[in-house]
Design a protein around this ligand. Sequence first.
Ligand code: GRF
Length: 191
Amino acid sequence: MTASRTPIAILISGRGSNMATLVAASQAADCPYRVVLVAANDPDAGGIALAQAAGIPTFAHSHKGLKRADFDALLDTAIRAAGAERIALAGYMRLLSPGFIAGWQGRIVNIHPSLLPLYKGLDTHARAIAAGDAEAGCSVHVVTPELDDGPVLAQARVPILQGDDADTLAARVLVAEHRLYPQALAEWVRA
Ligand code: GRF
């Protein structure tokens, strides 16, 4: 029943393909979450139009000109007003302030395009290739104040193929992200 599903907010900064897969998965009868808000720190984020087309309420404001804590306070107000109980970061490219994370302790997850604890931060695919790794992948983890550092809930692996560059590898990892995130989010919500 829709009313008993856990309400979640999804935070994005860009195209929102992971967000779209979470929204699509939430349409299934047995999905334990429903998406009550898609929020972006960039009003031009492509994912905002996708969310609107899916009929999901959105919050889209630039963080520019605002202190991190002030922007995060606006975000926090919007998320709570929407009734969300948990938060999924999906390509949200801004560090959240410690105060924001403290207010949602243990209730935020993120998807990161590497096999954590390897390659926290940016340029994960190029770094995996440069290191000569045979495999890359993605991780869903609980968000803590340290960047990409919280407990890992689930991972998916893909091979790194000869001739890969950061773009071809990113595309392969993204397919794995789209499979992993809806499953991992559902399991985390059910737990
Ligand atoms: C994904 O690779 C995600 O893991 C990373 O940023 C990318 C976002 O892609 N943090 P999208 O906006 O979900 O399409």
